[in-house]
Design a protein around this ligand. Structure first.
Ligand SMILES: [Zn+2]
Length: 111
């Protein structure tokens, strides 16, 4: 009588995983982290991507199934396409603008 229990073979401890570091597509340092937060919406979580070196910071709502590396790939695409604005965190206190005035690429204007 009673319920059967399957013997568990592996004990998988789910501790909070240490943050993994990715290579930052903007500055190339291995200091890019991806964290997840709850959004309150079902099936959706908030991915927070940050680089400790160049200050890259974006937040992105992604399906719950996505993993860090998936989010990372998205970010890489955004950076290469120069679309980081799309996932910029909505902070209202405009503290620091991470905009470095880039030099004009190659083409000089003539008068
Ligand atoms: Zn960086």
């Amino acid at each position: 009588m009673g319920r059967r229990r399957k013997r568990r073979k592996k004990i998988v401890r789910r501790r909070s995983m240490p943050p993994r570091y990715f290579q930052c597509p903007r500055c190339g340092s291995m200091t890019l982290t991806v964290d997840f937060k709850k959004t309150g919406k079902p099936g959706v979580k908030l991915a927070i991507v940050r680089c400790g070196t160049c200050g890259l910071h974006c937040e992105l709502e992604v399906p719950e199934a996505l993993e860090r590396v998936d989010v990372y790939n998205k970010i890489v695409d955004l950076v290469y396409e120069d679309r980081l604005d799309e996932c910029a965190p909505k902070s209202e206190g405009g503290e620091e603008l991470g905009e470095a005035p880039a030099e004009a690429p190659g083409s000089e204007e003539e008068e």
